[in-house]
Design a protein around this ligand. Sequence first.
Ligand code: GDP
Ligand code: MG
Length: 440
Amino acid sequence: MMSGASESSAASAGVPVVRLGSGEGARYELDEAALRRVLLRSDARDLPAVVVSVAGAYRGGKSFILDFFLRYLTAPRSSQLSGEWLGKEDEQLKGFHWRGGAERDTTGIHLWPEPIITTLNNGEKVAVVLMDTQGTFDSESTIGQNSTIFALSTLISSVQIYNLTGNIKEDDLQHLQLFTEYGKLACDGEDKAFQTLLFLVRDWTCAYEHAHGYTGGAALLNKRLQSNPNQKPELREVREHIRSYFDSIKCFLMPHPGLAVENQNFAGCLRDLTEKFRLALLELVPSLFDPEHLRPKLINGERVHMQDLFDYFRKYVDVYNSDEAPEPTTIFKATADACLLAAARAASRVYAACMEESVGGTQSLSRRMLADAHAAARAAAERVYAEKKKLGSKRDVEARLQELIKELQASMSLYMLNNDVMVRETMILARQTYDTAVSA
Ligand code: GDP
Ligand code: MG
């Protein structure tokens, strides 16, 4: 049922796809080739994407927990159900590099190199992409950059896991500010701008006050998201609006994994983790990845396929690299553009499928039949384009439609050409058969 991380890749690490360059006025570098290798793999490119991101400060245990996500995702269904997916007592924890140590990771986004193809309960296949978003989050000067990288990963993911240590602090909420603004633009009433935001609080020590897990998390979150008159106005606004822009906001309180993590030789073996930590993993991980809970990424209410995700990455990174600071309006425009591309691509897919069905065989057709097939396929494609929910101005929607029609016309010409060649070959063959018959 599951495929993906194989033996060999279990040893590999995350692939950096977005990196913050160095120096003054640094730009975000998108590694398109790397992104292409992950998102456009032939068995995954046409699947709806489920994108789970873990974002937060360096050395917060992000990669460590991502490796447990990988274990779950690559385990057979029976182990997922029995809890055996957690692993063996003496098995080293592998996948995304954890421990940091000497190589200090830079700000950026890493993806797991292989999307994990999983089947939803209704039998549909989806591709799960794991994303590791890292910032330093540790000084005033880096807050702008980190908000940016945090915003980028939130825009792209279906679940944003905000990894925090100890508690949900005032500064942590500050990173959500941009979203309240963007959310206002992107919400059209029916659809929320974003899906799930999960505050994952590590090393929660006040279990006597709020218990570990989702229940205690909900209580803490309620407290933190309450607004009061002493707060800065911006942060009060975040609190007042944030719930209306995310489909769901949750909080999970993780216990400390145990003193073994301080040991130099700690390899992430299960035997070194406390019982409480393991129980928390057993509650948390299936709640995110059980086929019943997986939610494909939606933008503007439409599913995002792996191929579309590629466009979103490009458009957003462009916004962040433009000379002006990213404004909710420019992000909105980028979303609208990528959304139109996705609608046009869905329409092209339908055109290709229709043509394949009517003229897919090797038989040559008359030009007339081919033209009819094209007209029907084009009409089906235009219907799909019209039905998809789109953002953006009427003019942009119309312009993209005209481009789509041009593209379909071009593929039609190609069909004609191929068909003419086939017709000619058939005629030559018939001629040869006739000649042989006559001369015999
Ligand atoms: P990242 O930089 O956020 O990806 O952090 P890593 O996953 O590389 O982990 C950094 C260090 O924290 C490692 O030495 C882990 O053993 C340790 N670690 C992992 N999870 C936890 C946790 O929940 N609490 C504590 N205190 N340490 C952890
Ligand atoms: Mg890491």
